[in-house]
Ligand binder design. Structure first.
Ligand SMILES: *Cc1c(COP(=O)(O)O)cnc(C)c1O
Length: 389
């Protein structure tokens, strides 16, 4: 008897629409940043309710670009502190360093795994240049509170919305808004296969500020004074200029074409994920070992991941729970990591103590949840949950 196939933590759900879209681009003769990227940008801006969106190669460079455009790392020798969370994929901290900033880590809230606004004010110094808040695993953080504190101090806010496409915030009673509107100054999305919409790799910055968006467009393409699309379309000779040192952070048309049909299906994708999450919640409500994630009021998650928590005094360890799943052919992941506990940040931030972040890393277990998950796959996960009880 052969073992049943592994239930993965995620499986990209790409189909014929994406195949047809990428073939269209290959046949068109234009494969790098061009008309498909422009259409993907316009569709994403419309989908999240932002005025502008600019596509880039991935979310890490989106964050770097956002911070640079807001002034981080632009004055040689100046210390530019960026207040953020350690409790995130290490890309968040890495983007701050890449932009020339110094990450200052604050602890997170137990319920939404995001920056605790109560700790923000005390972390602000005369060197603070920006706040970088994360909607971790797609769970909206307390962005409205964070943005209001930042505004009081004249500081810009970047949202790391890498995981959060399709997640919503109740901005005022009955007023649901998608993450990316933006609720700070700029929101950054990822299209890595681990996220909810994927282009292989890819990223996007959404904002309401035309001047800021123009900076993103300039800096993503070597600060070239005239785009190659415009240059190719011109019926007279034009010479471009390069106005400042910048980057190549472009997305390709091949990638954008693959993202567009998924964006068009976003509401259905998120609905399917919420249905799967409800099944887990029902199974975990009274479970003795694992608790379902908090579902904070005023937010609706896209369930990019499903983070269960070991209950206090649970009879099994995180490692034992994960091993039990692995033995049944089911992939899991431990809680979100903390940059300050990784070797890369030990020398600079090893002394920092963030009790909630540290506890969460060691108490969370992510179990498989993805759109396209088959009922029999979720049934196998539920079987292990029953056996653990
Ligand atoms: C995935 C992720 C990133 C990085 O996104 P890439 O597109 O892979 O660069 C940044 N922040 C968070 C919170 C993420 O989950």
């Amino acid at each position: 008897m052969t073992a049943p196939p592994l239930v993965p933590i995620v499986r990209p759900a790409l189909g014929d629409e994406e195949v047809v879209a990428s073939a269209r681009v290959i046949r068109s003769g234009w494969i790098t940043q061009g008309p498909e990227v422009a259409a993907f940008e316009a569709e994403l801006a419309a989908a999240v309710g932002a005025r502008h969106a600019t596509a880039v190669a991935n979310c890490t460079v989106a964050l770097e670009l956002a911070l640079r455009a807001l002034g981080v790392g632009t004055v040689p020798g100046r210390v530019d502190e960026v207040i953020t969370v350690s409790h995130s994929f290490v890309a968040t901290a890495n983007a701050v360093v890449a932009a020339g900033g110094a990450p200052v880590f604050v602890d997170v809230c137990e319920d939404d795994l995001g920056m605790d606004p109560a700790l923000l004010e005390a972390a602000i110094t005369p060197n603070t240049r920006a706040i970088l808040a994360v909607h971790q695993l797609g769970i909206p953080c307390r962005i409205l509170d964070i943005a209001s504190i930042a505004r009081r101090h004249g500081l810009p806010v970047v949202e790391d919305a890498a995981c959060a496409i399709g997640s919503e915030i109740e901005a005022s009673p009955g007023q649901w808004q998608r993450v990316g509107r933006p609720h700070g100054d700029v929101a950054c999305f990822s299209f890595h296969p681990r996220k909810v919409v994927t282009t292989g790799d890819g990223g996007m910055l959404s904002s309401n500020d035309a001047a800021l968006d123009a900076r993103f467009r300039l800096l993503r393409q070597h600060a070239m004074s005239i785009s190659d699309v415009k240059r190719h379309a011109a019926n007279e000779i034009v010479f471009e200029e390069y106005t400042e040192p910048a980057f190549n952070f472009r997305m390709t048309d091949l990638q954008a074409a693959v993202g567009r049909p998924q964006l068009a299906r976003l509401a259905a994708i998120v609905a399917e994920r919420r249905r799967l999450a409800e099944v887990y919640r029902a199974a975990l409500e009274l479970h003795p070992v694992l608790a379902p994630p908090h579902d904070p009021p005023l937010t609706r998650c896209n369930w990019q991941s499903y983070p269960t928590r070991l209950r206090p005094g649970a009879a099994r360890s995180q490692r034992a729970v994960m091993q039990r799943f692995l033995d049944a052919g089911i992939a899991t992941k431990r809680g979100v990591s903390n940059a300050h506990q990784e070797p890369a940040y030990r020398a600079t931030h090893g002394h920092v103590r963030l009790p909630v972040s540290e506890r969460l890393r060691d108490q969370c277990v992510l179990i498989p949840l993805f759109h396209g998950m088959r009922d029999e796959e979720q049934a196998r996960v539920l079987e292990v949950l029953r056996a653990l009880a």
